[in-house]
Design a protein around this ligand. Structure first.
Ligand code: PLP
Length: 248
């Protein structure tokens, strides 16, 4: 794939990724429709994103606040003018600074990257003035990589208790992880399986109105099949749908 991905190939890529998700789910004895595909549209032009939406993708992931702000309205106009009733959900998947929370809390359906009490409190406070609740995932740094955000697996329960203790308007819906980049996805299978065990344990132990584990967000273009086999029910795929990114 190259930078000149055509509209046709975006649609074909979406279909191919869906087939591979279905096959991986089947291998694990699960159903394909249990797995939500989040198309990671960072750096992509609105036209490319619209093509993916036309191909049936309704969950879009972005890692920068500014990109969500600028694309949100364009895509809303697109879906309003579209013949089919399409309800796009935006996912914030990147590191989120507290001073930028206010720009996206009214736009995103799920924040995947909560990794501190202070960030959860800021979300809680901003939602308070809007009304409703915000669904979040806790980001876990599965391999304790210096370069990655997220809490260590051993600190997840502490963070859960702290958030449940102070945040009224935040609902913890599950966990998200980014595993190390590996040439062979088999090398990272153990991280996916560890995070899945943690997900099951915490979801069971803390279950309450404000903690309802539903989503285990793990797996990207190079490793989503292994992630699904190990229990992911939300995968975040960018390159595999849109082609390789060109950062300018
Ligand atoms: C960019 C990104 C992805 C998608 O990566 P690809 O390798 O292009 O599929 C997934 N998750 C996060 C958090 C990202 O920043």
């Amino acid at each position: 794939m190259n930078g000149g991905t055509t509209e046709k190939s975006i649609a074909e890529n979406v279909a191919a990724v869906r087939e591979r998700i279905a096959a991986a789910a089947n291998r694990a004895g699960r159903k394909a429709d249990e797995v939500t595909l989040v198309a990671v549209s960072k750096t992509r032009m609105p036209g490319e994103i619209e093509t993916a939406v036309e191909a049936g993708v309704l969950d879009l992931g972005e890692n920068k606040v500014q990109e969500i702000r600028s694309k949100y309205d364009i895509l809303r106009v697109f879906t309003e003018n579209s013949a089919k009733n399409r309800n796009i959900k935006w996912h914030m998947i990147g590191h989120l600074q507290r001073n930028k929370v206010k720009y996206i809390v009214d736009k995103v359906s799920l924040i995947h990257s909560v990794d501190s009490l202070r960030l959860a409190e800021e979300i809680d406070c901003r939602i308070d003035s809007l009304g409703g609740t915000m669904d979040v995932l806790l980001q876990v740094n599965a391999a304790a990589e210096e370069s990655k955000s997220g809490v260590a697996p051993g600190e997840v329960k502490q963070l859960v208790s702290a958030i449940l203790g102070t945040c009224e308007n935040v609902r913890i819906r599950g966990l998200m992880t980014i595993v190390p980049t590996a040439n062979d996805p088999e090398d990272v299978r153990r991280y996916f399986s560890e995070i899945k065990s943690l997900y099951d344990e915490v979801g069971h132990e803390y279950r309450c109105e404000k903690l309802d584990f539903t989503w285990l967000s793990m797996g990207m273009t190079h490793d989503f099949e292994v992630a699904v086999e190990e229990g992911a029910n939300m995968v975040r795929v960018g390159t595999g749908i849109f082609g390789s990114r060109v950062y300018v």
